[in-house]
Design a protein around this ligand. Structure first.
Ligand SMILES: CCCCC/C=C\C/C=C\CCCCCCCC(=O)SCCNC(=O)CCNC(=O)[C@H](O)C(C)(C)COP(=O)(O)OP(=O)(O)OC[C@H]1O[C@@H](n2cnc3c(N)ncnc32)[C@H](O)[C@@H]1OP(=O)(O)O
Length: 254
């Protein structure tokens, strides 16, 4: 049985994408621009650009999902709740001072950074969650536009995927969190366009703080490329209940 946070985060991930209507149609505070083209594609499913290693690992983990011990996490270009009319309310509740600085039009163009590249050129990845072990494994295939030193991934690209993986682990365990601290040891350079496994583990929850660690390994687990520890902090707990209800429970329009 999934915990409340995990169930809600998974609901938010799947939410509006499975045929369910949005909480309310976009109102004056959240009009879609004509230039907006949001793909509804679940990017965590096999694509022609995925390598043999990536497909093999995807199949292996999907097999592990059959008994329910692992869960495949879908992934879209924007989080489901971002389209809700209530999203600006959500932003304001959590970031009362910063919300004035956010341009609503630009917000409506927001895309998840890791899903904003053309297929195969940037971040191709799929995550699997094990609730009993509080683990998330990310199978990551980086594309040629993530180059740093010629022939290798840019450290910032690796940091991004680590943040996304440990961040997802913290979200499913803690709800709405932000990265407070991320420490990375780059031990070996990662060859460009290779597939790696990012193994993350929730180590501890101390009040609002969640500590998550991870390593990045080659698919045969023989090379340890990177190790990281992170601290996530749950946001604004006093306001969490009502805002979470508002944003995450997508009630159909009356
Ligand atoms: C909307 C619905 C969501 C559903 C999601 C569903 C799907 C998601 C799909 C995709 C998501 C992909 C995942 C991506 C993850 C990426 C995450 C990020 O990159 S976040 C961006 C980078 N981070 C930031 O910008 C954060 C900036 N910092 C802050 O906003 C604040 O500092 C804070 C982290 C929020 C903490 O501030 P706050 O006032 O709330 O807390 P305190 O300062 O009082 O601290 C609390 C506690 O923590 C300790 N702390 C804080 N910071 C640090 C630190 N850097 N190092 C060590 N300790 C720290 C502090 O000492 C306090 O401790 P204690 O209570 O013991 O005193």
């Amino acid at each position: 049985m999934l915990g409340r946070c995990a169930a809600r985060a998974l609901g938010a991930l799947r939410g509006l994408r499975e045929g369910a209507p949005p909480a309310r149609s976009p109102g004056p505070s959240r009009r879609l621009l004509s230039s907006e083209k949001v793909s509804e594609k679940d990017h965590s499913l096999p694509k022609p650009c995925w390598s043999k290693d990536m497909r093999l690992l995807f199949d292996q983990f999907m097999k592990k999902c059959e008994d329910g011990s692992w869960i495949h996490l879908p992934s879209y270009e924007e989080i489901a709740t971002q389209r809700s009319q209530d999203f600006p309310t959500f932003i304001h509740a959590y970031f009362p001072t910063a919300s004035e600085l956010i341009n609503q039009e630009k917000l409506s163009q927001g895309r998840l950074f890791t899903r904003s590249f053309e297929d195969g050129l940037g971040f191709e990845y799929v995550m699997f969650y094990n609730d009993a072990e509080k683990r998330i494994v990310c199978v990551f295939q980086g594309g040629p536009h993530l180059q740093g030193m010629p022939g290798f991934f840019h450290g910032g690209a690796i940091a991004t995927m680590i943040d996304a993986t440990v961040g997802m682990n913290a979200i499913v365990s803690g709800g709405i969190v932000m990265t407070a601290n991320l420490n990375i040891n780059f031990k070996r350079p990662i060859p460009l366009c290779s597939v790696v496994l990012i193994n993350s583990q929730l180590d501890k929850i101390e009040g609002r703080k969640l500590l998550v660690s991870c390593n990045v390994q080659s698919v045969d687990e023989k090379i340890l490329y990177t190790e990281a520890t992170s601290l996530f902090v749950k946001l604004n707990p006093e306001k969490e209940c009502d805002v979470k209800e508002l944003v995450l429970n997508s009630a159909p329009p009356a």
